[in-house]
Design a binder for this molecule. Structure first.
Ligand SMILES: [Fe+2]
Length: 562
């Protein structure tokens, strides 16, 4: 069976993947090819890339699976919320909900667009409940026989939080907390209040939080209750949404004016970020407790945009409540393509294919011939090497900031050693150097370490099996001064543990750096400039390299230096 999974909602992060006989072959977000960050358009380029990789035509597909309900489900929920007063009805909110519905309805949820672009197909068009698609993207890729599955996001069609039980290749629904009672929505509203972009910059709030202190009361916006009565949290949506012409009226009344984008960050902003993150962590912990109690399992799968909160995930691991955890690395909506593509396997009581996802190298790759053609096109001076890990380790040990472009691109928001910018984590100034020269991003956002898995325990107190940079851990106190540029202000880090069998080239690079310096840890951030999507092609990489202060580019078996 050949199935195509698609995320298309016109909201954010359109994507596609292709699965053959239960095996995930390829996945890519539209933004990486279109170069429009968080591209919400129909993922035509991503779908074509899936078909090209599998060497098939659309007419050979058996199933085309969208990770959303048919158009209408979200609109019905919006109308219910307007009618009951759960969402304030204004001209703008009513109009935007209606226009969104009409646009998706006109396109038959994307099915019509699919046949317009790729021709008539025999494949069944399937619309998978959004939270079911997220839940499948967690459980079916965890490799667990039995697990509690928690999905938390901004919203599905009508869902905000859901709990499932995965067992014996099946997935049972346990409970759903409907939108707008949504932790993701709460976090996004505050992201915007603090002067950042919603559904994109939540990382910035999470990174800012440890600079603040407790003391801000957010009980007008969220109550973090308990798991005992089955109500883990309650979000007071009406206070989050302004009813009048003034944006964030109620939030401003209680917390002061919203921050203007790009303006200075002051103590009040830091303290608000602290309170928002604290409430999110407590709400997530309550949902997880409830899920464990309802399912009786001690294995946990997480998906949905809220599961990108690596800090909260790290606290869940450190709580000792669970034995094993799998957080879908593409936890946001790009990942529903992965879940939707497996939905046909559940039909008629069927079993899900189950295989642990150990890496995210699911995207396009470019061989040396293609890379060399690009280098020649730009008339660049380069040298060819036999093993890219060696010169890269040498350059890093000499304090160079490196562009590293190797193999298949990562799926999901993190760079994991395929499209990465790398640097020496021992230099306390390196954070500022990379920020100033390359990333041009906010000073408070921490960089993450890639560490050889077998020695991760020497540097970290937990999360020693963390291939996806989606769990934070505390750096051992005696190691904080050894790797200062990847240790956050609160002593935490968001590690990627690298296994030799999974990515031998990247492992050799870290090993080579370790042999030269005594520290087998490197600083790894995504290969992109601020506000841009991670690079996909050699041309993207070359363009980004020359638009920044990177010193060297190691691309395939070629080294380019400035
Ligand atoms: Fe979602």
């Amino acid at each position: 069976m050949l199935t195509l999974g698609i995320n298309y909602s016109q909201m954010h992060d359109s994507s596609a993947c292709i699965v053959r006989d239960g095996e995930l072959l390829f996945a890519v977000a539209e933004e990486r090819i279109s170069r429009v960050k968080h591209d919400a358009g129909f993922p035509q380029l991503a779908i074509q890339a899936c078909l090209d990789f599998a060497g098939v035509k659309a007419q050979q597909l058996d199933e085309v699976c969208f990770g959303w309900q048919r158009p209408g489900a979200a609109y019905r929920r919006d109308l219910q919320c307007f009618a009951s007063g759960k969402l304030p009805l204004s001209y703008n909110s009513g109009l935007s909900a209606t226009l969104h519905f009409l646009s998706m309805w006109h396109q038959h949820g994307g099915a019509k667009r699919f046949t317009q672009k790729f021709g008539a197909v025999k494949a069944r068009m399937r619309f998978v409940d959004h939270h079911l698609a997220h839940a499948l993207s967690g459980f079916a890729y965890s490799g667990f026989d039995d697990a509690a599955v928690v999905v938390m996001d901004g919203r599905g069609a009508w869902e905000a939080t859901s709990i499932w039980r995965g067992r014996n290749g099946g997935l049972e629904h346990v409970l759903t907390i409907p939108f707008p009672d949504s932790v993701g929505f709460f976090y996004s509203e505050f992201t915007e209040f603090l002067g950042f972009h919603r559904n994109s910059d939540e990382w910035k709030v999470m990174g800012l939080a440890p600079y603040g202190q407790s003391g801000i009361d957010l009980s007008a916006f969220i109550d973090v209750l308990g798991s005992a009565n089955g109500v883990p949290y309650r979000v007071h949506t009406r206070n989050l949404i302004s009813r009048g012409a003034t944006p964030f009226a109620e939030m401003a009344r209680r917390l002061g004016a919203p921050r203007n984008a790009e303006s200075d960050i002051d103590v009040r902003h830091k303290n608000i970020a602290y309170a928002v993150q604290e409430a999110c962590e407590a709400a997530m912990m309550n949902v997880v407790r409830l899920a464990l109690a309802k399912t009786g399992s001690r294995n946990l799968c997480l998906a949905g945009g809220v599961a990108l909160n690596s800090k909260a995930n790290g606290k869940i691991v450190a709580s000792g409540l669970i034995d094993k955890i799998f957080v879908q690395p593409a936890a946001s909506d790009d990942g529903v393509a992965l879940g939707a593509a497996l939905a046909p396997y559940l039909e008629g009581g069927g079993k899900l294919p189950s295989k642990a996802m150990r890496h995210a190298y699911l995207g396009p790759a470019f061989d040396d011939e293609v890379i060399e053609t690009a280098l020649k096109t730009y008339k660049l001076r380069y040298s060819r090497v036999n093993d890219a890990a060696e010169p890269a380790a040498e350059l890093l040990s000499r304090g160079k900031i490196l562009g590293w472009f190797q193999g298949r691109m990562e799926f999901g928001p993190r760079a994991l050693g395929a499209r990465s910018i790398l640097a020496d984590p021992r230099d306390p100034e390196m954070n500022a150097k990379v920020n100033n020269a390359v990333k041009f991003r906010e000073w408070w956002r921490p960089f993450a370490p890639s560490v050889k898995k077998e020695i991760a325990g020497e540097y970290l107190e937990s999360a020693t099996d963390s291939p996806f940079m989606i769990l934070t851990a505390q750096v051992r106190p005696e190691k904080r001064s050894v790797i200062p540029s990847v240790t956050h202000v609160d002593g935490s880090a968001r590690p990627q543990t690298v296994e030799k069998e999974i990515n031998p080239l990247y492992w050799r690079l870290i090993d080579g750096f370790g042999k030269r310096t005594g520290v087998p840890v490197i600083m790894n951030t995504s290969f992109n400039l601020r506000g841009e999507a991670i690079v996909n092609t050699p041309t993207d990489a070359i363009r980004t390299f020359f638009s920044s202060g990177m010193d060297s580019l190691v691309i395939g078996n070629f080294v380019v230096e400035k």
